[in-house]
Ligand binder design. Sequence first.
Ligand code: ATP
Ligand code: MG
Length: 563
Amino acid sequence: MSADGPSNFIRDIILDDLQSNKFGGRVQTRFPPEPNGYLHIGHAKSICLNFGLAAEFGGKTNLRFDDTNPEKEETEYVDSIMETVKWLGFDWEDRLFYASDYFGQLYEWAVQLIRKEKAYVCDLTADQVRQYRGTLTEPGRESPYRHRSVEENTDLFARMRTGEFPDGSRTLRAKIDMASPNLNLRDPVMYRIVHAEHHRTGAQWCIYPMYDFAHGQSDSVERITHSICTLEFEDHRPLYDWYLEQLGIYHPQQIEFDRLNLTYTLLSKRKLLTLVEQGRVSGWDDPRMPTLAGIKRRGYTPEAIRNFCNAIGVSKTNGTIELALLEHHVREDLNKRAPRSMAVLRPLRVVIDNYPERQVEEMEAVNNPEDAAAGTRQVPFSRVLYIEQDDFREDPPKQYYRLSPGREVRLRYAYFVTCTGVVKDEKTGEVREIHCTYDPATRGGNAPDGRKVKSTIHWVSAAHAVDAEVRLYDNLFLKENPNETAEGEDFTANLNPQSLEVLPQAKLEPSLAGAPVGSRHQFERMGYFCVDPDSAAGRLVFNRTAGLRDTWARIEKREKGKA
Ligand code: ATP
Ligand code: MG
């Protein structure tokens, strides 16, 4: 047995169970999304945990759609969830299940509990059920319908199923303990009446099982060994166990872990849906969204996400992880694999006055200094170039070593150039273009006389440039905790109005022409970028995946400094 996964308490439980042969040496997990939205980075934690642990111990993982809620669920979500799990690198093989596959079996089990006098049909409304439930400090009251006979319950439940009663008029409830300190055990609802089309079973059912009645039994049918879920279900575990015990069926072990929370990020499908519906983002896959579809479009790699999930581990208490840590893993992965190129995002025209008019030279550039096998490419150099507006200052402040009048700098992979003049717009005073001279003896970027320059800047030959739109992103929310709002405001008040900046006139080196959608690149000095699906023939659109500066490394250094 391999034992090389990240150590954590869930893994320890599995190791113990294997040792004691609790499940006959099997490890079988499942990932159980509700198809009511797109998966987000929090789900990735659960996916990596479930698939990762099973794989480590030679076990299997099922994908199961928890589709017990007909009104909020859609096939679009089912499709995107499957695509996303695959994209993350996991495979459920032939083990794709739906809780709705078990509706028939669950119904029979409910009838069994009625016969055992462990369930009853209750005519209280949802509001009344809530009132009768009591509070944490007060016991609940028994429903006046709690002592119906088995015959009456059997009859009513059958008629609930055949559609005789309107929505909300009756429920089937478990008969447990209205005085239990655990509110989940105060006669929880097992079935509710909902006359709604289900995305898979159509109009076949008008009663639907509650999550708690469906989940453990679905785990049981699939012979799951370790049913791993988030901490908010800890208080539901006694109920999970109660149903399985009362039914006397195969009993998996539920284990809870902490939900992922990230700074500057919301991970609630309901709130993410609000952003989509209100048009605050362009869709579920907007690159600013924490959905895996958005993250993928932004250019994050599945490897980076898996590394991040392994690094954060699991625990028994909820906390919040720095968004910078996720970005750190993205950079670390992209640094290894993203080919380098030169791109000017905010172009400033440069004319090299002493460079021959029609001459073009091919300069050799390194594709990836982290990967010797990536080789080199040729980048054309000519008389008119673009550089970043930021790389020139007419009045350079102290410590500014880039181009300014009279100053010599290195053009990456090319020549030393010296700024000799500035052309400004007569009306606005804005710098329109600058003039330079080059030193032909510095080809390749070194001076034979050993003289040094203090800075190296990137460039693109104007005549050869590929036009592109570049989209820069900042955090979607301004607050570390976007749920923290003033009275009367909701989380949308914390949206960052500057989370998207579009640069419509970027100039790229010609090797980027035809870069395929989804391909990831490092633009030297500017960050990591990924080709967006909005790209069309002749017009590339790039998303900035991440800047080059690693704020996580800075945070770590600061923390170490404190210690
Ligand atoms: P949301 O509140 O976003 O709707 P959910 O828990 O209702 O989330 P499900 O589709 O039911 O979403 O979740 C599927 C699985 O993913 C569950 O096992 C759930 O515990 C897990 N999961 C969801 N969100 C997170 C998170 N932030 N961190 C870790 N696991 C999560
Ligand atoms: Mg849910």
